[in-house]
Ligand binder design. Structure first.
Ligand SMILES: *Cc1c(COP(=O)(O)O)cnc(C)c1O
Length: 827
């Protein structure tokens, strides 16, 4: 599909013979790499053969990219993230290598369809949602822009759980994503890094008579590197994510061995490998589990050892470290990297505290992703001290010096030290990881303008005073390669025909579509493309859940993690409102809608799981009611993941982005849908604010309280009851839920949901926004009837999304935070 986009074919001494040879290569891999008969491969074998052939090409470019990085001594950025959510790789690689059509033809000649082969690949879900997906979009942009960059994380055996729906409830199944083997990872079994846990700090005197510290005893786990390649688009640049797997260390515990418990010793070793076994499945909170902290330190320690090893090859003094190394902390999950670098520099490299600290401050930067209090990470000091005794001492010393520095005459604020301390005092002391990350970084950023403003004036207000200029904003972005070129080939073709294909690497080029909003013929083709995508999604829905949907209805889409602050429940209240209206007035004209939900709830998040059950209960009632037929369909698609997002998003008419203002840091789903021509109905929250600025107020449906109004209303005593009492339609909706209309066998099933609204203060202020939301939805319906007006706005949404390319985000990080230059042309 993209071959036609660029005329400059790939050439050079290292390149592989084109077209004809690919089929032979696939066969050769089926035969020699997989040990199967190439004469009659099945679909999986063909997928693997193609995958290995693609991998060969990537490895060649990768090695040349690495060489080039060493030759130029360029500064590198290390992107540390506990989560990456890459999804499938095959099509992304084929597009980057510009060999989609070549591959299609080769597999066709072998009797397979490329789109079916694509479905053979298991979605790599090594992240929960937005945060992990952002990391993957940034990896794509870093590679496309030729930045010397590496992603670092954990190679989980089990990614985000597989969600099924049983009787309307979410069920979790483990996601053994690599059980059939994954062709993409390059395992470096020969290269292992030791990581220590537990033990104690020992004081000794070195040869020069200085008092020194070292961390001894405890147990050692080995980290094995697995590299996954990340190619740029249409050029030679290939970088990698290095994901660590835990492997038992080779030494046996001699005490146990001497006692003859050989098997016991081996078992203990094997047990240590559980560190990298499973991704924690909560996206906005993680209670202090020891294994989670072990995961964090495990990947951080292995990563820093790798970084320092690479730096030492340069033979330079550590005072120059930050001229060659930038480390980005994706949220606080890797914040233990700060004391770890201090430990390495002082205990292993002999730097003084002052020198080591100066290196840290110039090296680290931290991205905050949330203001939700329950999502701000803290760790009990007791646990930390047991697991990482030396780091705990270092954290306390960082804190002591930091608080000492505050005691300047300017500060008369008695509460300040307590508020900004790295240690929260309470029933037991806890370490505030965000404070550690802020104090140890030169730059701290939020992920959308509104979010960063809230950080400065609210959550991190004190730090903004103590470290003026340290807090900044970099608005999130998404990669146009995956979220338009790959996910929406039909729309990509239409755009290419109209304005060429430069948008793939320069999304601002989409502006050239603006005048075409007035072109009737272009609009007709735009509408047809959307309809084709909706038909494609309708087939998928039928296959997955056996429900037929009409592609001519308005597809309203809310797909994201299920969380109360994201307010899927508000969407449900609107659906029930429509249901009541249709029932009450069956002959009145309505704009037929298909309301699509998808998303996973954290397994321990009971309220979120009940909301999934409610969605399914409302869907069951609505979809089976003959009075409603053809007017309203509601559905929940199980197991939302990247590859499913790629099917849903191109088919969305309406993008539901309705979080309580001030609570969604940015959102990226909002960008994906707008880029694919959906109109947004949303609150002034996260990046919605900037999407409105870009597309224009007249091309987006904004409703509800602003972030400031939410704070003010909460301060002045919010009374959700008042809305219930004064709005008859809202009352009818809530009453019908309480009455058990959607759970006749178990009338009280959904009472806890209504209770949070009416009795427990409606923290997320659904009732305050209900009327504005319902009325705005009416305006949406009205506009949808005017297909031409809708199409104009749809085109303008796509045309004006240039800002939200992750290429722009990554350039901002490189220029303003990392001081990083792209690598020169690779030979
Ligand atoms: C983009 C994406 C998200 C984030 O969606 P939001 O609407 O920004 O919360 C979550 N999960 C997947 C699979 C995604 O692709």
């Amino acid at each position: 599909m993209v071959e036609t986009l660029r005329q400059d074919g790939i050439s050079g001494p290292h390149d592989f013979a084109p077209a004809v040879a690919l089929k032979d290569e696939i066969r050769r891999h089926i035969w020699l790499s997989m040990g199967r008969d190439p004469a009659k491969p099945n679909r999986h074998a063909c997928f693997m053969g193609l995958a290995y052939s693609v991998r060969d090409r990537l490895i060649d470019r990768w090695i040349r990219t690495q060489r080039s990085q060493y030759d130029t001594l360029s500064k590198r950025v290390y992107f540390l993230s506990l989560e990456f959510l890459p999804g499938r790789f095959l099509m992304n690689y084929l597009i980057s290598l510009q060999m989609v059509e070549e591959a299609r033809q080769a597999v066709e000649e072998m009797g397979f369809d490329l789109d079916e082969l694509e479905e053979e690949e298991w979605d790599a879900g090594l992240g929960n949602g937005g945060l992990g997906r952002l990391a993957s979009c940034y990896m794509d942009s870093l590679a496309c822009l030729d930045y010397p960059a590496y992603g670092y994380g954990i190679r989980y055996d089990y990614g985000i759980f597989h969600q099924t729906i049983e009787n309307g409830w979410q069920r979790e199944q483990c996601d053994n994503w690599a059980r059939k083997g994954t062709p993409w990872e390059i395992r470096r079994g020969e290269y292992l890094t030791p990581v220590r846990f537990y033990g104690r700090t020992e004081i000794y005197t070195d040869a020069a008579g200085r008092e020194c510290f070292r961390w001894v005893d405890g147990e050692v786990v080995m980290a094995m590197a697995c590299d996954i390649l990340v190619p740029g688009f249409g050029d030679q640049f290939v970088t990698n994510m290095r994901l660590w797997r835990a492997k038992s260390s080779r030494e046996f515990n001699l005490d146990e061995f001497n006692q003859g418990d050989y098997i016991g010793a081996v078992e203990a070793k094997v047990q240590s490998e559980t560190i990298s076994s499973v991704l924690y499945p909560s996206d906005e909170m993680e209670q202090g589990r020891e294994l989670r902290l072990k995961q964090q330190y495990f990947f951080v320690a292995a990563t820093l050892a790798d970084i320092v090893r690479r730096y030492q090859k340069l033979n330079r003094d550590f005072s120059e470290f930050s001229d060659f190394v930038a480390i980005q902390l994706n949220d606080t999950h890797p914040a233990i990297a700060i004391p770890e670098l201090m430990r390495l520099l002082m205990d292993e490299e002999g730097l003084s505290w002052k020198k080591a600290w100066s290196v840290c401050e110039k090296t680290f930067a931290y991205t905050n992703h949330t203001v939700l209090p329950e999502a701000l990470e803290t760790w009990p000091v007791d646990l930390l001290r047991r697991l990482l005794p030396r780091h705990t001492d270092i954290i306390f010393e960082i804190n002591r010096r930091f608080l000492e520095g505050l005691k300047s005459p300017r500060s008369k604020d008695d509460g300040l030290a307590g508020r900004v301390s790295l240690i929260a005092e309470g029933v037991g002391q806890r370490v505030r990881m965000a404070h550690l990350a802020i104090v140890g970084s030169h730059t701290v950023n939020g992920v959308a303008a509104l979010h960063s403003r809230i950080l400065k004036k609210d959550l991190f207000r004190d730090f903004n005073t103590i470290f003026p200029g340290r807090l900044t904003n970099v608005t999130n972005g998404i990669t146009p390669r995956r979220w338009l070129a790959q996910a929406n080939p039909a729309l990509s073709r239409l755009i290419n025909d109209a304005i060429g294909s430069e948008w793939i690497t320069n999304l601002e080029q989409l502006r050239k579509l603006e005048p075409l909003a007035e072109d009737a013929d272009f609009r007709r083709r735009w509408i047809k493309t959307k309809r084709d995508n909706k038909k494609r999604l309708a087939r998928y829905i039928l296959r997955k859940i056996g429900l037929g949907v009409d592609p001519d209805t308005l597809f309203s889409v809310q797909v994201k993690r299920i969380h109360e602050y994201k307010r899927q429940l508000l969407n449900v209240l609107h659906v029930i409102t429509l249901y009541h209206r249709i029932r009450a007035n069956p002959d009145a004209p309505v704009v037929p809608r298909t309301v699509i939900f998808a998303g996973k709830a954290a397994p321990a998040y009971h309220q979120a799981k009940r909301i999934i059950k409610l969605i399914n209960a409302v869907a069951a009632k609505t979809n089976s009611d003959p009075d409603i037929q053809g007017k309203l369909r509601v559905l929940f698609l199980p197991n939302y993941c990247v590859s499913q997002a790629e099917k849903i998003i191109p088919a969305a008419d309406l993008s539901e982005q309705i979080s309580t203002a001030g609570m969604e840091a940015s959102g990226t789903g909002n960008m994906k849908m707008s880029l694919n021509g959906a109109l947004t109905i949303g609150t002034l929250d996260g990046a919605n604010v900037e999407i409105m600025e870009e597309v224009g107020k007249e091309n987006i449906f904004i409703f509800g309280l602003t972030a400031d109004e939410v704070v003010a209303l909460r301060g002045s005593g919010y009374r959700p009851r008042d809305y219930y009492d004064s709005d008859a339609e809202l009352r009818q909706v809530l009453d019908s839920i309480i009455r058990g209309d959607f759970s006749p066998d178990e009338p009280l099933l959904f009472a806890p949901i209504v209770e949070t609204l009416l009795q427990q203060g409606d923290y997320y202020m659904l009732l305050a926004d209900y009327r504005a939301y319902v009325n705005t939805q009416e305006a949406v319906g009205k506009l949808f009837l005017d297909r031409n007006e809708w199409a104009k706005k749809s085109i303008l949404n796509t045309a004006r999304m240039g800002k939200f390319s992750s290429d722009r985000s990554v350039k901002e990080y490189a220029d303003r935070i990392w001081n990083l230059k792209p690598l020169p042309e690779i030979g």
